[in-house]
Design a protein around this ligand. Structure first.
Ligand code: TIU
Length: 226
């Protein structure tokens, strides 16, 4: 239902989200080929990419509706400079796997900007005018201009989607919450290689009266946009 000031109530947990379309941006986290595509870095590490791929269709539908409503969209990519000067040695060493960030992987150098595997999947490819935030960490606010861009555009609310639920999505929601943004997470548009971490990641956001934000289903956002 639309209130006189343009606010729409979206059914969510732990309680309804007061959606203000003109002040709300869709922030799609790290829907990158290396995380989602068969044969990419994620799968190379032994992960089940189907757990992430189920988010593609719901994200496609939400993105189309969001663009159709003329609202703001931003995308993020996790990755590093070609010279790896922004890659902490501790991050490079983590995992102790044979191949790591910066090495030649199945789709170019792993998580290096400009490489095929680092780019966003074709299904959700950014359009011109949609900022793409290149981030060196898990959170989208750390060492990026995301906060400045959101402030300049009058954004106070974020619908956060993408991968993975407990890593980059959760870190970004926490960072956004501390900066005063209201975050709504559609559960079908976020995914994890680990179903139990996905479930826990969502519970952590909406616990304690919405300690970091709200959780809903994309169908509820779509109906508010229609
Ligand atoms: N985007 C994101 O979540 N990066 C990760 O490294 N996620 C993992 O789950 N490893």
């Amino acid at each position: 239902m639309t209130q006189p000031n343009g606010t729409k109530s979206i059914d969510a947990e732990p309680y309804a989200f007061d959606f203000v379309p003109q002040k709300c941006a869709l922030l799609i986290i790290d829907m990158q080929r290396d995380f989602l595509e068969p044969g990419g870095f994620g799968e190379m590490l032994g992960n089940d990419v189907s757990q992430l791929r189920r988010t593609i269709e719901p994200n496609k539908a939400l993105l189309a509706a969001w663009r159709g409503a003329g609202l703001q969209v931003l995308h993020t990519r996790e990755g590093h400079r070609g010279d790896l000067a922004d890659l902490p040695p501790a991050k490079k060493a983590r995992g102790r796997s044979e191949k790591t960030i910066g090495d030649l992987g199945p789709m170019g150098r792993i998580l290096v900007r400009g490489e095929d595997g680092h780019d966003i999947i074709a299904e959700l490819y950014p359009q011109s005018g949609e900022p793409v935030i290149d981030k060196p960490g898990k959170g989208a606010f750390f060492a990026t201009d995301l906060h400045a861009i959101l402030q300049n555009r009058g954004i106070e609310q974020l619908v956060v989607t993408g991968v993975t639920t407990e890593v980059c999505v959760n870190t970004t929601v926490r960072e956004a919450n501390d900066r005063g943004y209201e975050c709504l997470v559609p559960e079908d548009c976020v995914g994890s290689y680990f179903p139990e971490f996905h479930e826990a990641g969502l519970k952590m956001i909406k616990a304690q009266g919405g300690i970091f934000g709200w959780v809903t289903h994309s169908a509820k956002i779509l109906s508010a946009l229609s």
